[in-house]
Design a protein around this ligand. Sequence first.
Ligand SMILES: [Zn+2]
Length: 584
Amino acid sequence: MPTLSSDDAFAEVKAKVDLVKVVQEHVRLTKRNKDFWGLCPFHQEDSPSFKVNPQMQSWYCFGCERSGDVFTFVELIEKTDKRGALQLLAERAGVELKKLSPDQRERADLRKRVLDMLKLAAQYYEYVLWKTPTGEPGRRLLESRRVGEETARRFQLGYAPAGRGFAEYLRAKQRSLADAQEAGLMRRDGTDFFAERLVIPIRDERGQALAFTARTVRADEQRKYINSPETASYIKGRVIFALDLARDEITRRGHAVLMEGQFDVITSHHFGVTNAVASSGTALTDDQVRLLKRFTDELLLVFDSDRAGRAAMRKAATLAAAHGMRTRVVILPDAKDPDEFLRAAGPDAATRWEDLVARAASGFEAGMAEDSAGLNPSNPNQVELVAGRLRDWIRQFPEGLRDGYAEAAERHTGISRHLLLRDPEPAPIPRPTNGLAGRVAGKKLSAGSYLVQLLAVRPVAFERVRPMLTPQELDQSDRAIFVRMLESYERGGPSGLEAELAGYPPEEQDLIRRAWAAPPPNVDDEVAVELAERIRLDHMKGRHSGIIRELSEAERGRDSDMVARLEAEARELGRAIQEMERRG
Ligand SMILES: [Zn+2]
């Protein structure tokens, strides 16, 4: 079946839409000679310096010197990317981008049904929360957190009653229970997945509910929060919580406030910090940074002050820097999280928040201060230790920033910048591994990146890999590209990747083109299967050691229920790993 390649689609859409008409929906234009003039929508001005040329179908601003065609205009004005602009304009022009196979149509249809169901569920939960006696525990929880109805409604918070309330509601409306299961809202026995919880919709940047996170209202419940499983509509690492509500204020203020918890964000909006968002259930990912970068170049990081929070802050700072974004770090005095800080500040919250923002140091400086805390410059051992830490820290930022950072660190600690920029020790030789990885080791390829390269060269191998592997089982560094390639494959079959490559982030395009030019050592389905098994095994081992770590925490905290649960989980996983290793 023929598909419209990206280039063709751009050309066809461009031929069918008129730039002047598109611009006129946002800017009042006046005709002068052949051209149209208006106030530039991309910078502040009083007299028109924004010019549209209808013959060339191009625009230019003499003030801010931005320019482009209809796609760049839509990209900037709708804060979307090239693909998003293409989609918006294609809809408008009535150009069908892809001819779908029956299989793809079914998947697209499922996604639509899941989204409809999530929307319905959000409305139902919200109704229960505010309009029924059953919603009382949810209302009490909000009251104790001092979240008012207006804020709660903006986030469309709701309450899921005990039992089968949602199932009964669907029956009354003659809707499909299967769709609700597909959407992760209902267990097989018809009970509500989120029963007795305050539910918080996780929406995309356009306000569409993709999933829920839900907080228990019961004191005796071990799991405080549970989340929707990943579904046809939801991939965790792609969504920024509250971006739909915060996007305008982010643009206006010039920065986004990135927090760890969804509830922190809700409280923040309640107290007037309406540019707050959260990375939603995962450490910050490349996709999330890219999404934020559409709206701003600066992130204000507000993370917990514990060890995990500080590590997450560092990761966010370097990840943002890798995408050319600046970060600053807000330190909360006498409070463990923003929720606590703002509630304690009460009516002064907005002013006290502004003070903190004004004092926030850069992400680099915050890490530097931590690394050099308590340094005694006359103790050579200490100096060496701190220099080592700072060297590692500086090296995590893009090369262009390092000289400046070393200089700042020299000013701060007195340690010579030359010492701080010295080359690292030679990297240790990777330990040899068995089987397939042995073959891979020579090229220093992880199983995950081997698989990605293999799939780039041989997309049809997705048929074998897809049922074996979920994206979560891949390392984070391979996950985004894997998912994107899978989606291209599902939309466009074996030629989907080639057709859609132009819409990929540049570094992924690079990687794929390199794989095409120099394919990995063995490219066939059997190797793909072997790699997928290897990745699953590694993932299970990682989870296993994670559980063992949690277990020792739980033992220390004398949490016997938790210990029993974790032990059972670890045993089961251990068995599965053994089983896999025996087979492999
Ligand atoms: Zn301008």
